[in-house]
Design a protein around this ligand. Structure first.
Ligand code: NAP
Length: 340
């Protein structure tokens, strides 16, 4: 397929928020050595994409910048010295274009899509050959587009940091993209999941996906006490902490002595007393998404268990702004997807 002369993208052009997202046409999509051109079929939203649009200065963004880290589509052209993928392959982009395996590095962090690098909210994306993975065959492009950030983060937290095993008890907070993906992984792994939400209707949906126990953190503000009760006073083995400073004190209370917490979120503000971390010998680990190698491990698990990401709503490419407003309202359960 010939490389398109120009490609439609959405751009962040300043700090005026969602309604100032700008639709533009860009040129220069000829893949260079080691690059592939992906016809984007779907892109999913993460809370991080919303916060980047709302507060670009906090991430030292330069303008114009294409938002969004997550996409799936088909390779339509390859540059010189591309050998592991080829036109026709169904792929998803990796959140970090240059974190292949091993531990995270500053260089890997500088290769995040939709932040330091232009993202994927466009008709096409130029990606590194080593920055894409083949997607599980049973997934649609929209489902595969849910994996690069929320999926890999949930996988890294549960399987690497948490080392969650069958029979472990896992606490998940809220019913957004990361938590619902983690629910699916944890249930498939044989863990018992306790999940919280501000909405009973969402908790019913989580129970239908296999959650063992549910707590409404709005009607039960002391949800940590409820979690302790559910576990016979012992506490959970692992917490995937998406809330941040405002929820961490209760997560520290709800985890067992010697338990593990993966800390990823910035949704809430609050004060933290670190004493309990020492007293209970809790292992708290910060996580920033994950590597391509983790993405590939996760895809094997998704294939083996025939898992499908939960998509709450689809939006048309022209309605991208509406998709971010929807995420901001926090009414969604699981993922929001823009079909391109
Ligand atoms: N470090 C990383 O690598 C990484 C990767 C991905 C995400 N994150 C972070 O993880 C967080 C979640 O991301 P996401 O993309 O999954 O977001 P999302 O899809 O927008 O989900 C957010 C959900 O969190 C829940 N929530 C909000 N306030 C809460 C509170 N006080 N207690 C418990 N739950 C609360 C709400 O669920 P209910 O409506 O059910 O209450 C809300 O819908 C964000 O802070 C994001 O920046 C970090």
């Amino acid at each position: 397929m010939p490389v398109p002369e120009s490609v439609r993208v959405w751009e962040i052009v300043g700090d005026q928020g969602i309604d100032a997202l700008h639709s533009n046409r860009r040129t220069g999509y000829q893949p260079q050595a080691g690059q592939v051109l992906v016809k984007v079929q779907a892109t999913s939203l993460n809370f991080r994409d919303l916060s980047t649009i709302l507060d670009p200065a906090a991430r030292a963004l330069t303008y114009p910048r294409v938002p969004n880290s997550d996409c799936a589509g088909e390779i339509v052209a390859a540059g010189p010295r591309v050998s592991h993928v080829a036109p026709g392959d169904r792929v998803a982009g990796c959140f970090f274009q240059s974190w292949k395996d091993g531990g995270i590095s500053a260089a890997a962090m500088a290769s995040a899509l939709g932040g330091p690098l232009d993202g994927v909210l466009g008709e096409y994306a130029l990606l590194a050959e080593s920055g894409v993975v083949h997607v599980p065959e049973h997934l649609t492009f929209a489902q595969a587009a849910c994996l690069p950030c929320a999926g890999v983060t949930a996988w890294n937290c549960l399987m690497r940091v948490g080392d969650v095993q069958a029979g472990d008890t896992v606490l998940l907070l809220g019913t957004g993209g990361v938590s619902i993906t983690a629910l699916q992984f944890a249930v498939a792994q044989g863990a018992r999941v306790i999940i919280t939400s501000a909405h009973d209707a969402k908790l019913k949906r989580a129970a239908a996906l296999g959650a063992w126990q549910t707590v409404n953190y709005r009607s039960t503000p002391q949800w940590d006490a409820a979690v302790l009760k559910m576990t016979g006073g012992k506490g959970v083995d692992f917490v995937l902490e998406v809330g941040g400073a405002g929820t961490l004190p209760r997560s520290l209370n709800a985890v067992r002595v010697g338990g593990r917490i993966a800390l990823i979120g910035v949704l809430t503000r609050g004060e933290i007393d670190p004493t309990v971390i020492m007293r209970k010998s809790i292992r708290v680990q910060g996580v920033y998404v994950g590597s391509r190698s983790m993405f590939e491990d996760m895809n094997r698990f998704i294939t083996a268990h025939e898992l499908r990401p939960v998509i709450d709503r689809h939006f048309a490419f022209d309605d991208a702004r509406e998709a971010y407003h929807c995420m901001r309202s926090a009414e969604h359960f699981g993922k929001l997807v823009i079909d391109v």
